[in-house]
Design a protein around this ligand. Structure first.
Ligand code: ADP
Length: 164
């Protein structure tokens, strides 16, 4: 039996905190599906296509550890999980501030489908403070984002905020 794990998010853009969770999650399942939420409500900086391309590029080294697919989705996360055959929903937990929301989400998803288990991976203390939102704020204000994202993502951010 192939154990499939779904890691859902907006990935606007993918950062080192996401990559750390993905590297650790890759050891727990046979196949990882990264669900890129269309999420227009959040007013993403990067288009869906850009987020998918960046995510595919960044996870390339991890494909040596496990099979990984990057797929866009618009439906309820739990429905998407079922659709891709996932038995686990993987989430990263940064701090107590994430806990309330994540606990609620987990509890509701459990009622929607008991066969899919939510698994939380605690953020590496080194990446605890990293969020896509703060990375975008820093980039817009001309700050250095290289401690938080890969060099390629930093270049993508520069192109967005300072187009030539
Ligand atoms: P969302 O649209 O849910 O905010 P994100 O793209 O921000 O999605 O994050 C996707 C997942 O990665 C979530 O489970 C989130 O908690 C987790 N995550 C985000 N930043 C970090 C981080 N710095 N360390 C660990 N996990 C993180």
């Amino acid at each position: 039996m192939t154990r499939v794990g779904l890691y859902p998010g907006t990935f606007d853009p993918i950062h080192n905190g996401h990559l750390d969770i993905l590297a650790r999650a890759a050891k727990l399942v046979d196949k990882l599906v990264i669900g890129v939420a269309i999420n227009n409500e959040k007013g993403p900086m990067f288009s869906l296509d850009e987020r998918i391309q960046m995510t595919r590029r960044e996870i390339e080294p991890l494909t040596r550890i496990t099979e990984i697919e990057v797929i866009p989705y618009e439906s309820l996360t739990i429905h998407f999980a079922r659709e891709v055959g996932a038995s686990t929903l993987l989430r990263g937990l940064r701090a107590v501030t994430d806990y309330d929301y994540e606990f609620q989400l987990m509890a509701m998803n459990q009622q929607l489908d008991r066969s899919i288990e939510t698994v939380f991976l605690m953020a590496d203390p080194h990446h605890m403070a990293v969020s896509s939102n703060l990375v975008k704020v820093i980039a817009r204000m001309g700050g250095d984002v290289t401690p938080f994202v890969t060099a390629a993502v930093a270049a993508d951010l520069m192109k967005k905020v300072r187009p030539v």
